[in-house]
Design a protein around this ligand. Structure first.
Ligand SMILES: Cc1cc2nc3c(=O)[nH]c(=O)nc-3n(C[C@H](O)[C@H](O)[C@H](O)COP(=O)(O)O)c2cc1C
Length: 209
């Protein structure tokens, strides 16, 4: 089994990466492959709302100049996905938001690639806005019918400068518990594969007609 983790921070060794590595250490200890893909330090433009991914049904975003399409394939193959962001102005860091809007739109418009994969969100923050950012990240997972493991508090770690998160004892425990629960849910999912409920045809209304 494999988990792909997306680091939405431009810092490869910052607090977001630190939190992901705490989760990843537990997952690896449970025999699950774990890979971090760096998102926040790259150039990713926002969704153009062109609808080409839905029209063409080729599983690709029409913007091909960045790592969105390649990373999408890794996410499609993975059993679990971790999406992580530092808090910027009480929300998801901009580059990560651009990535998530496009990746999750393509995946859902092409048959629901992430349906019943295990998915969780992780947030790094200095002081305020952690819960809002955690909620925002979770919207991508819940809309995709993903199976979301929890921890013993919300998946938020505190720190400002890179590495400070290592001093947040409660945040570290939250990430470890998340890793254990994620590993368990991955194994349950594997065992229950034959009993998976069928996808329904989506009802799509705009409330204007
Ligand atoms: C542009 C910007 C906006 C930020 N906004 C907030 C904020 O709204 N609330 C907060 O507590 N910290 C804020 N921070 C601090 C980061 O969330 C914090 O330092 C975090 O640990 C960085 O994670 P990283 O090391 O993975 O990049 C902001 C930092 C930057 C660069």
């Amino acid at each position: 089994m494999k988990v792909i983790a997306l680091n939405g921070s431009p810092h490869r060794s910052g607090n977001t990466a630190y939190a992901l590595n705490v989760v990843g250490k537990v997952l690896r200890g449970e025999g699950i492959d774990f890979e971090i893909v760096e998102i926040g330090g790259t150039q990713i433009r926002g969704c153009l709302a062109c609808g080409q991914c839905a029209k063409r049904q080729d599983g690709k975003c029409s913007t091909t100049s960045d790592l969105v399409n390649d990373t999408l394939l890794k996410m499609k193959e993975a059993d679990g996905i971790l999406i992580a962001s530092p808090v910027y102005y009480s929300g998801i860091a901009g580059t990560m938001k651009c990535f998530l809007d496009r990746a999750f739109y393509v995946a859902s418009a092409n048959g629901g690639w992430f349906r019943h994969k295990v998915g969780a969100s992780v947030v790094a923050v200095r002081r305020s806005g952690g819960s809002m950012t955690f909620d925002s990240l979770n919207h991508y997972l819940s809309l995709s019918e993903m199976l979301v493991p929890t921890a013993n508090y919300w998946n938020i770690i505190h720190g400002r400068a890179a590495g400070e998160a290592s001093q947040d004892a409660e945040g570290n425990q939250v990430m470890e518990v998340l890793g254990s629960n994620m590993a368990w849910l991955l194994r349950m999912r594997e065992q229950g594969h034959n009993t998976e409920p069928h996808a329904v045809e989506k009802v799509f209304t705009n409330f204007v007609r």
